[in-house]
Design a protein around this ligand. Structure first.
Ligand SMILES: [Zn+2]
Ligand SMILES: [Zn+2]
Length: 291
């Protein structure tokens, strides 16, 4: 079935949203092990949708059990060249960012920092996919500990992740809710429990650092009924002084670029967060703007 996408520009006009720039800052390509998509098709889709910017954020993992282990670590230079080629092809139509999604593990900080020091990116997305070396998508994490312990460990990992010096954007903050809903069925998901366990501290550090929080709209297509993080956490971020966020679809196929953005925009508006462009965001000192 062919899907018909409304354009962002059309939606902005209708809703009175006046953002001048708009981009999808969380997109995977065939440089990630879980995607077969070409950069070219991703860019075409972005232009078709009316985006001005796109951030490629292929996975970087130093955890040997992760399918992405060794991918970008090895193919960094091909990745840079492929992005550069698309930059030339889409000049004047689309601004491309060379980004990365770091798979954070507390015991790999040295490797992560060392890699980033010699392999520059326009921006760095940091994600917690694992706690205690167990995937948050894997039921063994949930079966091997009580919700109380699991929540505490997840939040503690985030508290460290948010301090990573190169972090620009913190991705899908409440990622645990996917597995939580599935594997702790007797313990309904409550974002308040994450906040009480210290997630508010993570939000505070983000605000202090001037780093950005991602509204990851894949939550809608993954059956969560809300983005990652959801409205309760986003409102809390706003209350703590957070003003800005970026949208990321976490697309692994071109068809998913900007997927859920209309709903994501709506959530941002409801909680009073401004959806920003990376290119224009003042705190983005790491973006080289060499293009
Ligand atoms: Zn991720
Ligand atoms: Zn991702």
């Amino acid at each position: 079935m062919k899907r018909v996408y409304p354009t962002i520009r059309g939606t902005m006009k209708k809703s009175g949203c006046r953002a001048a720039f708009f981009g999808d800052y969380h997109v995977h390509s065939s440089f990630s092990s879980d995607s077969k998509e070409s950069l070219h098709r991703i860019c075409l889709q972005a232009v078709r949708f009316g985006l001005k910017e796109i951030g490629l954020t292929d996975h970087l993992s130093f955890f040997p059990a992760d399918p992405n282990y060794g991918c970008l670590n090895q193919f960094y230079h091909s990745y840079v060249n492929a992005v550069e080629k698309c930059r030339q092809q889409f000049k004047g139509m689309l601004t491309l960012f060379l980004g990365v999604e770091i798979d954070y593990h507390p015991d790999q900080e040295e490797e992560i920092n060392g890699f980033l020091k010699v392999h520059p990116f326009d921006y760095v997305l940091v994600s917690v996919h694992y706690v205690d070396h167990l995937s948050l998508m894997d039921e063994s994490f949930y079966l091997s500990r009580s919700p109380e312990v699991g929540i505490r460990q997840f939040v503690e990992t985030l508290q460290r992740a948010v301090l990573l010096p190169e972090l620009d954007v913190l991705a899908h903050l409440d990622w645990i809710k996917r597995g939580w809903q599935k594997f702790w069925p007797d313990f309904p998901y409550q974002p308040e429990l994450l906040l009480e366990a210290g997630l508010d501290q993570v939000l505070r550090v983000l605000v202090e650092r001037g780093a950005l929080l991602e509204i990851n709209t894949s939550g809608f297509r993954r059956g969560m009924g809300e983005p990652f993080p959801g409205e309760v956490i986003l409102s809390h971020y706003r209350e703590l002084g957070g003003k800005y966020c970026v949208l990321g679809s976490d697309a692994h196929r071109a068809e998913e670029v900007a997927d859920g953005f209309l709903e994501g925009l709506e959530v941002a508006r409801r909680v009073g967060l401004e959806v920003v462009s990376l290119y224009n965001h003042p705190s983005f000192t790491s973006i080289t703007k060499n293009f």
